[in-house]
Design a protein around this ligand. Structure first.
Ligand code: ADP
Ligand code: MG
Length: 454
């Protein structure tokens, strides 16, 4: 057996016992690097993974390895520094990619053509008094797109299911027979596409592309504020689609009237169809959402814990979900369902102000440990690619966990402008939503933050 085959066998067995997301977080970038006198050297991507594997999975891995090869006595985990690899002579044949699908942790893929994420559907969308108007409008549109409510404009606060609903409509319509040609675009992506197209003289091409669709969905149009060129181009595209009976669906964090710095003519287009809000879910709906997500994740959570979450997290469905995820990670790692007391402890920073339990130093420490950034100064100012993402994440967590203001965060990172910080937070927020693996990374970092001693 080659190292690779040996490790694949181990992974295949481990995978049977843990969730796909956990598996992807801890095992996706691991491999056997070498073996010497009964010691297997496993290379891991960072110190956090090393610690985690040593503490939580070593026994199980060793058991599986020994069943395959009795001469194995021990495992040593080593961090694989990407930079060091370059110096090694590459004699071995190029390692094959892990057969992702075979291992079963392939996440549902975002469709390249439509940009839709198949995980957002109606089957997992809970309807309650807070969103029933928006939901009813969505249903009407699915029956007869382009006919009844055009455009459909959905607005409401962060994490209340706007993106989910927009995508669910898109998914439904693209599954119809014959299928509708759907395109989903987050507005900031549309803005940069337009800016780039103007610069590259390809605006006609971009416009033609947008006008090819039957259903155009633009998420978070509040970002159009102050973007005059975008508004201009979008206005014409909107009219063109509208006149040809194509469906337009928009979302925003506020009603059209309240979006600052957009032209009156665009505002009146936004208001010209159906405007529906999503407000805050009531206790029963929050509990129903929790039960739905628990079922989806195949998890077991005591009713009392679910009720505790539903009672205490009131303003954001995304936070309800991350509370649940935190319990699931605990469950996988400790192999037991958390008790009510344990759950309360695990969720304390979501439910009670996080600033009681952490501070900026701990946040930065956890991030640099996770990504193995030794030179902390670079972390603050370097333009090197490997520092950019951790830095953006640090900005995001200072904002989210400690409610730092954007200008204050900017000052902390070498006098950056507050718009740079806002942009960074937005990018991270989106990546968390779109990239399950990154989302798990952030969860792991949060666990680390709240287990470090304050
Ligand atoms: P928004 O776009 O309003 O910020 P999202 O659509 O991204 O919010 O929702 C945040 C998370 O909460 C998503 O994972 C979504 O699936 C979930 N969610 C929101 N509303 C509902 C709902 N009514 N039923 C089930 N899940 C929901
Ligand atoms: Mg959204």
């Amino acid at each position: 057996m080659t190292y690779q085959e040996l490790w694949q066998t181990v992974l295949a067995q481990i995978q049977l016992n843990i969730s796909p997301a956990n598996f992807a977080t801890w095992f996706a970038s691991t491999k056997i690097a070498s073996q010497e006198e009964g010691v297997i050297i496993v290379s891991v991507p960072n110190s956090f993974a090393k610690e985690w594997l040593e503490q939580k999975y070593n026994k199980e891995i060793l058991k599986i390895l020994r069943a395959l090869d009795a001469s194995i006595k021990e495992i040593s985990y080593q961090i694989d520094f990407p930079a060091a690899k370059i110096r090694e002579p590459i004699k071995q044949p190029a390692p094959q990619e892990l057969p992702v699908e075979q291992l079963g942790f392939a996440e549902l893929e975002i469709d390249k053509e439509t940009n839709l994420n198949p995980k957002y559907g109606f089957q997992n969308f809970i309807v309650g008094p807070f969103n029933e108007l928006a939901h009813a409008a969505a249903e009407a549109i699915i029956k007869e797109p382009g006919k009844i409510y055009n455009p459909l404009f959905i607005y409401g606060g962060v994490g209340l299911g706007k993106t989910h609903l927009l995508q669910a409509i898109g998914n439904e319509l693209s599954k119809k027979n014959p299928p509708y040609k759907v395109k989903y675009v987050p507005s900031d992506k549309l803005i940069s596409a337009i800016v780039n197209a103007i610069r590259n003289n390809s605006i006609e091409e971009l416009k033609a592309n947008l006008r090819k669709v039957d259903v155009l969905i633009v998420d978070d149009v509040q970002f159009f504020a102050g973007k005059e060129k975008t508004q201009e181009e979008f206005f014409h595209t909107f009219n063109d689609l509208y006149q040809r009976g194509k469906q337009i669906i928009l979302s925003s964090d506020r009603p059209p009237k309240a979006i600052p710095a957009i032209t009156e003519r665009l505002k009146s287009r936004f208001e010209g169809g159906m405007v529906a809000d999503v407000s805050l879910p009531d206790y029963e709906t929050r509990l129903a959402i929790l039960k739905q997500k628990t079922m989806e994740k195949n998890a077991e959570v005591p009713a009392k814990v679910l009720e505790y979450i539903a009672a205490n997290i009131q303003k954001n469905v995304r936070e309800i979900e991350s509370a649940l995820n935190r319990l699931l990670i605990f469950q996988k790692i400790n192999n037991k369902v958390p008790s009510f007391e344990e759950a309360k402890k695990l969720l304390r920073n979501i439910i009670i102000s996080p600033s009681k339990f952490t501070n900026p130093t701990l946040i930065l420490q956890a991030i640099s440990e996770f990504y193995d950034l030794e030179d902390k100064n670079l972390f603050y100012s370097s333009r090197k690619k490997e520092f950019v993402k951790p830095r953006q994440l640090a900005m995001y967590l200072l904002r989210k966990e400690l409610s730092f203001s954007f200008p204050a965060i900017g000052r902390k990172f070498g006098g950056k402008d507050h718009t740079t910080v806002m942009h960074a937070c937005h990018l991270i927020d989106r990546e968390i939503q779109e990239n399950e693996k990154f989302c798990q990374e952030v969860d792991s970092i949060l666990q680390k933050i709240y287990t470090l001693e304050a």
